[in-house]
Design a protein around this ligand. Sequence first.
Ligand code: PMP
Ligand code: GLU
Length: 400
Amino acid sequence: MNVSHMLSDRVKSMEESATIKMSAKARELKTKFDDVISLSLGEPDFGTPQHIVDAAKKALEDGYTKYTPVPGLVEFREAIQAKFKRDNNLDYSLQEIIVSNGAKQSISNICQAIIEDGDEVIIFTPYWVSYSDIVKLAGGTVIPVKAGIDQDFKVTAKQLEEAITPRTKAILFSSPCNPTGSVFTQQELEALADVIAAHKNILVISDEIYEFINFGEKHYSVGAIEKLQGRVATVNGMAKGFSMTGWRLGYMCGPEWLVKACSKLQGQVTSGANAFGQKAASEALLADLSPTHQMKEAFAKRRELVIELFSEIEGIQCNHPKGAFYVFPDISSYFGKSDGHITIDNSEDFCEAILENTHVALVPGVAFGDDNCFRLSYAASEDDLREAISRIKSYLSKFK
Ligand code: PMP
Ligand code: GLU
């Protein structure tokens, strides 16, 4: 008997994560064809550095196999506290830091903790896929504030000011940004902070998970701005900078009342994150960061390669990201054009056509709130990147 009608409206109205959906599609296609190249998932293609793996093995041998305190092992929170001081000029007590099962859970916890039905959350757009559904699931209304490629995908203070209403509860963005790779400078963050400071009941949720993959100026945290004290939740995690996506470790610092609420929530839903992973992650944050810097250098090289290859394709306008490992090219000049079989009218058509005809998996920009673009993750080998973009180029030459 099929009782699927039991599904809640809450879940029925949710979108599936487009990044996860596209990578699953590519994985499935790989079982039929051996030439599939997936540039859809935002996951470093490097293994976790050996010293971190060794620390996890040792932790297992040492008996770190039990439940952990809900907000995280003291040792890991101390490492996070030291990291925030060292890298971000953020000074938080252990009671103001909480570890979660990935940065995704940190963001979800915060949204569940503060959003009432109908509260507005301003999301800088293009945004990371999961933000909108996390906010909606918590009962919030998403207010996308859009910045196009002409402004390097960065929302201005003026745009922010215009979007704030008495119902605005929070502002959510990532810098370095997924999917655009854009990075706010200290000056730009200060201009945004001037606007926010004038509105007392707004929390800033700053997602800094790509902090270590930043090719330009030193990373700056909006939470360090004096006039926003007590109103910023800074989210980070081990996944990107340490190539630890599967370890599921994220963390957040913010005001104690918020951290306490997140802890209460987490204590009823997932409990503390895994023990041996936290032990190894403590080591990762405090040890020499050379492996992280080496990965960053490799990404920087690939960025140049990808930008150069896209510059050779007519009709593709590629941005020049300052961080993360994505490009977010504008392909709107292809809209209305056909290869003789299909006509491209939006980013989904574009990615579908590319996947079917070239076996290269990308993610449509619409999933990130910008239907003119697609996202390519260059967390892949240079050979794969060359081959993928060459196939895209030759296929697009058929469009008239
Ligand atoms: N924020 C952004 C901007 C991301 O790209 C990701 C990707 N995973 C996350 C949060 C979630 O990170 P985690 O894997 O630690 O849940
Ligand atoms: N954040 C990555 C991405 O954007 C991983 C997938 C996900 O968690 O959605 O591709």
